[in-house]
Design a protein around this ligand. Structure first.
Ligand code: FMN
Length: 169
């Protein structure tokens, strides 16, 4: 029997959902896509491969995604994360490492892809005010990162994500 593939995504502002849907498009065979909000309606026992889409929160996958990963065992997992920072930065590497470790604990990790995603303007506004201002001051470097993320995910990101997943699945 060929593997059945489930795509699960956790997305607050739509970046991760958009990339997850593009990846879903290129998956061959039996497949399903679901928001993590509805994961309780899906029996993961029916799937051998799971693609997990998450948004990056404080340097790792968001909590709902981390809790979900911990429920899985003996699956083939691949992940997709969207983040405000450059995926090739040290921060991006740290995210990749943390999530890879978590996915590999009880499962086989096929690979992981990170992609830039614009930051919610409401969050940026909060960063300019107390108390976030103290933790995340809007330094010129941070403002440049926020600006650079504004146009992502874009068509090129979608294509790169599709290419990456075609190769590892
Ligand atoms: C509370 C919060 C924390 C975040 N933490 C990080 C972070 O640690 N590193 C990063 O690069 N981006 C961070 N971001 C940016 C998001 O990961 C990024 O915008 C992502 O693409 C949002 O995905 P979504 O549209 O699917 O919700 C954070 C965003 C929020 C709202």
């Amino acid at each position: 029997m060929t593997d059945r593939t489930l795509v699960v995504y956790s997305s607050l502002t739509g970046n991760t959902k958009a990339v997850a849907e593009k990846i879903f498009d290129i998956i061959e065979g039996d497949k399903e896509i679901v928001s993590i909000n509805d994961i309780k309606n899906v029996d993961t026992d029916n799937f051998q491969k799971i693609i997990i889409g998450f948004w990056v929160d404080k340097g790792t996958a968001d909590k709902r995604t981390r809790d979900f990963i911990k429920t899985l065992s003996n699956k083939k997992i691949a992940f997709l994360g969207t983040l405000g920072a450059d995926p090739e930065s040290q921060h991006g590497n740290d995210v990749r490492e943390r999530v890879s470790k978590l996915c590999s604990e009880k499962n086989t990790l096929l690979g992981g892809f990170l992609c830039r995603g614009k930051i919610d303007p409401k969050l940026v506004e909060k960063m300019g005010k107390f108390p976030l201002k103290l933790v995340h001051p809007l330094t010129p470097e941070r403002l440049a990162r926020i600006e650079a993320a504004k146009s992502h995910p874009n068509e090129k990101d979608f294509e790169e994500a599709q290419e990456y997943f075609k190769n590892i699945l």
